[in-house]
Ligand binder design. Structure first.
Ligand code: 1CP
Length: 336
């Protein structure tokens, strides 16, 4: 929270995207017990447990609520399911489907997630930041339109060109619901929130403005109007040079950086405020020198300004928990 307010801390605080997940045997155990992935997200006992697991093991400075960005389409009755080995799937939406979307029961549907946040704030050490989150409208829309994950989001890009009005309606509805959801998470005890625009990198310049920047700015404005002290981290993966004025245009407090962002450019971005990132998650799999030199590069470039140490994207199931321990120790200067 101090870094989000603009302070420089040495050593910097650290947490990892997807820090609760399949690389941890204790997660796999709860996951197997819970039944479906959505059952895991909607059962506070289980969701609290898997959120706390990485905190117990590694004493990260932040816990991130265990849930998924696709609980919003689930609340919108898109028949979301997570089948083993397939990734997320849902019913693909069309122009008529967009006109019929009804978000009026969003917070009732997501009450178990809000209960998880309440319990987590009580269970976590006071010095551990609790992060809430949601997906950015563009990223959530890519799944709603294709009905599943795609490598290049071609279905959503095509839909946006063919049906600009319906697409705008979808993005603005998602922005409004996301803001309500984030405010509810903050009221339930989240100290700060992160908005994931994981697929921002496939957008052309004009589309980045319209589909990534504008809805992100709208969510942040709405949250801050209602909760003026709220802190927001915006993560637009793959946005590259377009990050130049992203903080100023969206109103985000901190900017998440994927591993493709050059560190000298990251230094420029850090002059305007806190940054978070950006170790390549594959360095967590490789370990050894690859891990050490990646950590040292980030600390050398960004350690003298407001930095939240993190990966450039989520940790993968292949990462060794032992490498996470080495990472935390090295960032903290040998102290675990
Ligand atoms: O069975 C399993 O365990 C499924 C794996 C899994 C996990 C652990 C999924 C399915 N979601 C999650 C949890 C999750 N998802 C968190 C939990 C908190 C933490 O970080 O520890 C968060 C923040 C997310 C966010 C999320 N879900 C994003 C944005 C961040 C990112 O990784 O880019 C996205 C794009 C999703 C969709 C999603 N959910 C699950 C998968 C495998 C995917 C990606 C599908 C694809 O590649 O298109």
């Amino acid at each position: 929270m101090q870094v989000l307010e603009g302070q420089t801390l040495s050593p910097p605080p650290i947490w990892l995207m997807r820090q609760a997940g399949r690389y941890l045997p204790e997660y796999r155990e709860v996951r197997a017990k819970a039944g479906s992935f959505l059952d895991l997200c909607y059962t506070p006992d289980h969701a609290v447990e898997v959120t706390l697991q990485p905190i117990r093991r590694f004493a990260f400075d932040a816990a991130i609520l265990f849930s998924d960005i696709l609980v919003i389409p689930d609340a919108l009755k898109r028949n979301v399911r997570f089948t083993e080995g397939h990734g997320p799937e849902m019913d693909p939406i069309d122009v008529d489907g967009i006109a019929r979307l009804d978000g009026s029961r969003l917070l009732q549907h997501l009450e178990p997630v809000l209960e998880t946040v309440r319990r987590l704030r009580g269970a976590l050490p006071p010095e551990t930041t609790l992060l809430g989150f949601c997906g950015a409208p563009w990223t959530v829309a890519t799944y709603m339109i294709a009905g599943h994950g795609t490598p290049d989001q071609a279905p959503a890009r095509l839909f946006a060109y063919r049906h600009p009005k319906a697409f705008e309606t979808l993005l603005m509805l998602l922005a409004e619901l996301s803001a309500d959801y984030l405010v509810a998470q903050i009221d339930a005890g989240a100290d700060a929130v992160q908005i994931f625009d994981s697929w921002a990198g496939v957008l052309g310049a004009r589309e980045f403005e319209a589909f990534a920047v504008k809805p992100m700015a709208r969510i942040i404005r709405s949250v801050k109007q209602r909760r003026p002290n709220a802190k927001v981290i915006a993560f637009a993966k793959g946005a590259g040079y377009q990050l130049k004025d992203y903080r100023q245009k969206t109103g985000a407090d901190a900017i998440g950086l994927d591993w493709s962002v050059p560190l000298d450019f990251a230094v420029e971005l850090q002059k305007d405020g806190p940054v978070q990132g950006n170790l390549d998650p594959m360095r967590m799999v490789a370990g050894g020198v690859a891990l050490e030199e990646g950590i040292d590069d980030i600390l050398q470039h960004l350690g003298n300004g407001p930095l939240i140490f993190n990966l450039g994207h989520g940790i993968t199931p292949q990462a060794a928990p032992e490498n996470v321990r080495l990472l935390v120790e090295r960032v903290r200067g040998g102290r675990a």
